[in-house]
Design a protein around this ligand. Structure first.
Ligand code: HEC
Ligand code: HEC
Length: 480
C-alpha cells in the first residue's frame, strides 16, 4: 500500500487565495498528482544513481568519502530543481543548468536573483570523473561538495550570501525546515530530519556525480578496440582522421588530448589558460585565471546543435570557431599565463596551419563525444509539478528513535488523550509528524508541555524535539 504525500512548494502555496482551504487544496493536488505521475518520487522505487555501469576504461573518480546512495541522490535531485533555494524563490540550480543542454545554459551569461553571472554556466556532465578535483572555471572550489553551496551563497546567483542585506544560509536552512517534503527527504536520506549545509552539500554532490554519460559513439568505438590510436570501426573516415588529429601531439596532430585527456576528456591537472582571456560583458577586461573547462563530452546535443556557447565567457558559438582559435592563437602580450603547450619553440602562440578539411575532421570527431541518455533520463529530470508542488509516495520516514534518553520523556506512551512531554534541558521546540512525514503540530515550551492527541487518528507518530543547546531527539508516539 502506498502512503501518499503531495507537498505544495511553500511560498507558492501562500500566494493563492483559492488554495487557502486546505482540504480543497489537498484534493486538487492529489488529483493533479495522479495525472502527473511522471513527476512523482516513489521512495520505495528509487532510481539507480549508485550502481550505474561505468566502463572499465574510466579510471578517474573524485568521489572521495561521499559515495552515492540512492536516497541522498534523490534528495539532491529535489534540491537541484527547487527554487526555494534562492532568496526570492525564482531560481533553482536548474535555472542555469538545463538537462536538455547537458546541464549547461544556452545563454552566454545566466540570470540569477540579482542580475547576470560574470561567467558562462558550464555543462555538468561526468563531474565525478574529472581528473581535476577542483571546480569552477578557475578551480576555486576545493571539492565538488564545497562547490555546491557556493552558488546558493552567491549574491548574484541565488542570493543567500548573508552580506549586504542578503539573507544567510542559516536563514535558508530555517526556511527549508518549514517545508514538509524536506522533513521527509532529509529524514529518508540521513536518518533524521536535521538540515545542515553539510548535508545539502553531500546530497547535491551525489546527485551531480550521478550525472554520467558513456553512451556516445566514441564509447561504442573504444569498447570495440580498447585503444584510442586504432581506427574505430563505428567511425566514418572523417571522424577517424579527426580522432587522430585530436590525440596526437602537434607534430602529428593538434595536441588537444595533452590537455583534454581521453577517455574522460576532462582537463589535465596542470593546465594554464588557452588564450581565451576576455571577460563576458566587459570589453577590454582580461581574466588570466581560466584553467578548468568541463569535460569535452556532450558539446553538442543529440540534434547536432551546440548545447551552449563555449568557453568561460561564452564567446564561441561554433566548434569551427574553437578550432580556428587553436589553429591561430592570438598573440596578446598581456597574457602572462598562456599554457606552454600552446606555444612554439620560440615561446610564440601556436599556429597549427590546419587545412579546412582537417578542421572539419576535428569538428566531426568532437561530435562523436555526445551521448543521448542524459538529456531525457527521468532520474535527472525536474521532479516538481508545473505548479511547484511535488508528489512523494512510499517509504518510511527513516527517523530513528534515540534508544534511551534520560532527559526526554513522553507519558503516557501509547497515548489516548494527552501526552506530556518533559525534559530537563530548558526551552525546547517540538514538531509532531505522522508516518508520511506530514507535520501535525509544532510547539515551543519550557521543560514541559502537553500535546492533545484526542482528535488524532490512531497510529504511529514522530515527535522531533530540539533543545536549547542544539540537541535533537526523535521520539515515537503511539496513539491508541
Ligand atoms: C544563476 C545561474 C546559476 C545557478 C543558479 C547555479 N549555477 Fe552552477 N554555475 C553557474 C556559473 C556561471 C558557473 C561558472 C562560475 C565560475 O566558474 O566562476 C557555474 C559552475 C558550476 C559548477 C562547476 C562545474 C565545473 O566543471 O567546474 C557546478 C558543479 C555547479 N555550477 C553546480 C551548481 C549547483 C549544484 C547549483 C545549485 C545549488 C548551481 N550550480 C546553481 C551558474 C549557476
Ligand atoms: C594547454 C591545454 C589545452 C590544449 C592543448 C587545448 N585546450 Fe581546449 N581548453 C583548455 C582550457 C584551459 C579551456 C577553458 C578556456 C576558457 O573557458 O576560456 C579549454 C576549452 C576548450 C573548449 C570549450 C569547452 C567548453 O565547455 O566551453 C573546447 C571545445 C576545447 N577547449 C577544445 C579543444 C581542442 C579541439 C583542442 C585541440 C585543437 C584543445 N582544446 C586544446 C585547454 C586546452
Amino acid at each position: 500500500m502506498f502512503k501518499r504525500a503531495c507537498f505544495p512548494r511553500a511560498n507558492h502555496f501562500q500566494e493563492r487565495p483559492f488554495m487557502k482551504n486546505k482540504l480543497i487544496s489537498s484534493l486538487l493536488l492529489l488529483a493533479l498528482g495522479s495525472v502527473l505521475m511522471s513527476a512523482t518520487i516513489d521512495l520505495d522505487n528509487l532510481f539507480n544513481y549508485a550502481n550505474q555501469d561505468i566502463p572499465d576504461y574510466i579510471s578517474n573518480d573524485n568521489t572521495d568519502g561521499n559515495p552515492i546512495n540512492d536516497k541522498a541522490a534523490t534528495l539532491g535531485r529535489v534540491l537541484f530543481y527547487d527554487k526555494n533555494l534562492s532568496s526570492d524563490g525564482t531560481i533553482a540550480c536548474a535555472s542555469c543548468h538545463h538537462q536538455d543542454r547537458a546541464f549547461g545554459d544556452p545563454n552566454v551569461q545566466s540570470i540569477g536573483v540579482n542580475g547576470l553571472t560574470a561567467r558562462h554556466s558550464p555543462r555538468l556532465v561526468n563531474t565525478r570523473f574529472s581528473r581535476e578535483v577542483h571546480f569552477f572555471w578557475d578551480e576555486r572550489a576545493e571539492t565538488l561538495e564545497a562547490q555546491t553551496t557556493m552558488p546558493i551563497q552567491d549574491h548574484v546567483e541565488m542570493g543567500y550570501s548573508g552580506a549586504n542585506g542578503d539573507p544567510s544560509i542559516e536563514n535558508l536552512i530555517n526556511h527549508l525546515e518549514g517545508i514538509e517534503y524536506y522533513n521527509t527527504l532529509f529524514g529518508f536520506a540521513f536518518g533524521d530530519t536535521e538540515i545542515t549545509e553539510n548535508r545539502m552539500q553531500l546530497a547535491l554532490a551525489q546527485f551531480l556525480r550521478s550525472i554520467q554519460s558513456f553512451d556516445s559513439r566514441f564509447d561504442e568505438g573504444f569498447m570495440q578496440v580498447s585503444n584510442t590510436s586504432e581506427p574505430f570501426p563505428n567511425f566514418t573516415d572523417q571522424e577517424n582522421r579527426g580522432k587522430h588529429l585530436f590525440i596526437n601531439t602537434p607534430d602529428a596532430g593538434t595536441g588537444c588530448a595533452d590537455c583534454h585527456n581521453p577517455p574522460e576528456f576532462s582537463i589535465g591537472i596542470h593546465s594554464q589558460n588557452n588564450g581565451v582571456i576576455t571577460v563576458a560583458g566587459i570589453p577590454g577586461e582580461i581574466d588570466l585565471t581560466i584553467t578548468n573547462p568541463p569535460s569535452l563530452r556532450n558539446l553538442v546535443n543529440p540534434d547536432g546543435s551546440l548545447n551552449s556557447p563555449l568557453m568561460h565567457d561564452g564567446s564561441f558559438t561554433s566548434l569551427l570557431e574553437v578550432i580556428n582559435h587553436y589553429n591561430n592563437i592570438p598573440n596578446n602580450p598581456a597574457n602572462t599565463n598562456l599554457d606552454t603547450r600552446l606555444t612554439d619553440v620560440n615561446g610564440e602562440p601556436q599556429q597549427l596551419n590546419l587545412t579546412e578539411g582537417q578542421k572539419q575532421d576535428l569538428v566531426a570527431f568532437l561530435k562523436t563525444l555526445s551521448g543521448t541518455d542524459i538529456y531525457t533520463n527521468e532520474k535527472w529530470s525536474d521532479p516538481f509539478n508545473p505548479d511547484g508542488s511535488i508528489n512523494i509516495i512510499g517509504g518510511t520516514l527513516g527517523i530513528s528513535e534515540e534508544s534511551l534518553n534520560p532527559f526526554i520523556s513522553v507519558t503516557p506512551n501509547p497515548v489516548i488523550h494527552n501526552a506530556t512531554i518533559e525534559t530537563n534541558l530548558g526551552h525546547f521546540k517540538i514538531w509532531v509528524y505522522d508516518n508520511t512525514g506530514k507535520l501535525l503540530f509544532q510547539k515551543q515550551a519550557n521543560k514541559q508541555t502537553i500535546l492533545d492527541f484526542s482528535s488524532i487518528a490512531t497510529g504511529l507518530y514522530f515527535a522531533k524535539i530540539t533543545t536549547e543547546n542544539g540537541m535533537q531527539i526523535t521520539k515515537r508516539i503511539l496513539k491508541k
